[in-house]
Design a protein around this ligand. Structure first.
Ligand code: ADP
Length: 476
């Protein structure tokens, strides 16, 4: 079984969220299942730098519309997975985030940049390809590669099957009608059963409509997105394709996220040396300027600061949460107004609330290890990774019952399996109530150890997910 994994992000080199992590881990796990996987990703500066010896193996041409002729370079990732770099500096040799220009706005030519990525994925899966390797399946991810199944529709000869995995339905890749011509798509694709979405061209809708199978990153999210309330305008289409839609829970990188070996941590610990987690707490409190106290629970957030993550609810209850009493540490970036609101909270509660705006991988690890309780009050959460990191680090999470959070966190009320705290309505009151239950439980050492141990014993490795994906590929 040969699979082309097409992605716009690839951890650890280029990552804005969960997609980058998945792309960085799943291919190796698939190879361990005997699948011959190659990863296709744009040659962003970080990748050009990381793979200076990449060799050009093809120049796909006549791609249609205004699409240029790029180079295709091959390299090998450290784990041995072959990497195909889509080399077109005019599109991809740009600083920063893969999607946004310096002012924080989308690049104006994103349709061409990710149209080219989708088109080259389809080229590799078609008879036009000059590579000596033909995939059976193209595994597309999110809107950025959602157009590949549309291109495959209009190519002649033997073609690869396609799977589209939705990591976040909120990003739909919407562009105006004129882009149809620029992308080299035929007029015949402009209809309800093609790429059109209410007068726009939507990369995501095209993929949902035309891929041979659809998956998303947790079973709960697969059900939720078929409801009008959570389907982000795609629910009708997803219900229509329900027989082709499944949910496969993400794993995590259990080597990078292992408290017994994590090189970001001041002190290592494990399920049998849990009391030593306290060293990380004290060092974290020092690092962020909180009072070094072991008699207060330390609550934590590592997140994009957006409404999706429900952090506006946390803003509303922070004063009461601090009076539980507790301390709070936050690492995140995103919505400017939210960044300011959190920064001013920290200013008003020195020693008790610390906020760092930015993206800092090492600091995220030290927070997971040093905090007592992790907060994730997401309005929706396709899978979520941080709650799984928290479980593994003995930091029971407080989560809303949605998507992958509902599939991974079991409320403490379940004595046999409880590993965290789950609340229902997306309201400040429900979040405060759950945070209070958590801080109360923290004061009961026997109960707390049990929750921590249940969480740390959970299997979050990629092997299980890879087996499900392998079955799905075979079904195609
Ligand atoms: P999403 O993909 O919706 O942002 P996930 O929980 O699936 O949410 O994945 C987020 C990933 O990004 C996690 O690996 C998390 O640790 C990381 N992350 C988010 N914000 C930050 C930050 N400010 N600093 C470091 N890592 C972050």
């Amino acid at each position: 079984m040969k699979v082309l994994f097409a992605t716009s992000e690839l951890a650890p080199w280029v990552k804005t969220g969960g997609l980058g992590d998945v792309a960085g881990s799943l291919p190796a796990a698939l190879r361990a299942q005997g699948i011959d996987v190659r990863v296709l990703v744009p040659a962003y500066p970080a990748l050009v730098q990381a793979f200076p010896d990449a060799v050009e193996i093809a120049r796909p041409h006549w791609l249609g519309g205004l699409l240029p002729t790029p180079g295709l370079k091959q390299a090998a990732m450290p784990d041995g997975t072959p990497l195909l770099l889509l080399d077109y500096p005019h599109y991809f040799d740009r600083p920063g985030n893969p999607y946004l220009g310096p002012e924080g706005r989308d690049w104006l030519d994103n349709h061409l940049r990710f149209g080219l990525l989708s088109r080259v994925a389809a080229w590799i899966g078609s008879e036009a390809s000059t590579l000596d390797w033909q995939p059976d399946v193209i595994h597309c991810n999110d809107w950025q590669t959602g157009l590949a199944p549309a291109y495959l529709q209009f190519l002649p000869g033997r073609l690869a099957k396609s799977l589209l995995t939705v990591h976040n339905l909120a990003f739909q890749g919407l562009f105006d009608h004129a882009s149809l011509f620029e992308l080299g798509l035929p007029d015949a694709s402009w209809n309800l059963n093609g790429v059109e979405y209410y007068g726009y061209l939507s990369f995501l809708k095209a993929g949902l409509q035309l891929a041979d199978a659809i998956s998303t990153v947790s079973p709960s999210y697969a059900r939720e997105i078929q409801t009008d309330a959570e389907g982000m305008g795609m629910a009708g289409l997803l219900r229509h394709r329900a027989a082709r839609l499944s949910g496969i829970l993400n794993g995590i990188d259990t080597e990078a996220w292992n408290p017994a070996t994590d090189h970001h941590l001041p002190h290592h610990y494990g399920p049998r040396r849990l009391e030593e987690k306290a060293v990380n707490k004290a060092r974290l409190q020092e690092e962020v300027g909180l009072e070094v106290r072991d008699d207060l629970p330390l609550l934590a957030v590592v997140s994009r600061l957006t409404e999706q993550k429900g952090l506006d609810l946390l803003l509303q209850i922070t004063p009461q949460a601090l009076e539980l009493p507790a301390q709070l540490v936050i690492l995140g970036s995103g919505d400017r107004a939210m960044e300011h609101a959190f920064a001013s909270l920290a200013h008003r509660h020195p020693g008790q609330c610390a906020v760092r705006i930015g993206f800092d991988e090492g600091f995220a690890h030290r927070i997971e290890a040093g905090a007592d309780i992790f907060l994730m009050p997401s309005r929706f959460e396709p899978c979520g990774l941080n709650q799984m990191y928290s479980l593994r680090y003995g930091t029971p999470p407080v989560v809303r019952a949605t998507g992958g959070l509902a599939d991974t966190v079991v409320d403490a009320a379940d004595q046999k399996h409880g590993n965290g705290f789950v609340f229902g309505p997306p309201t400040a009151a429900a979040l405060l109530d759950a945070a209070q239950r958590a801080t109360t439980a923290w004061r009961d050492p026997a109960l707390w150890r049990r929750l921590q141990k249940h969480g740390m014993a959970r299997d979050s490795s990629w092997a299980t997910a890879a087996r499900h994906y392998a079955d799905l590929y075979r079904s195609l």
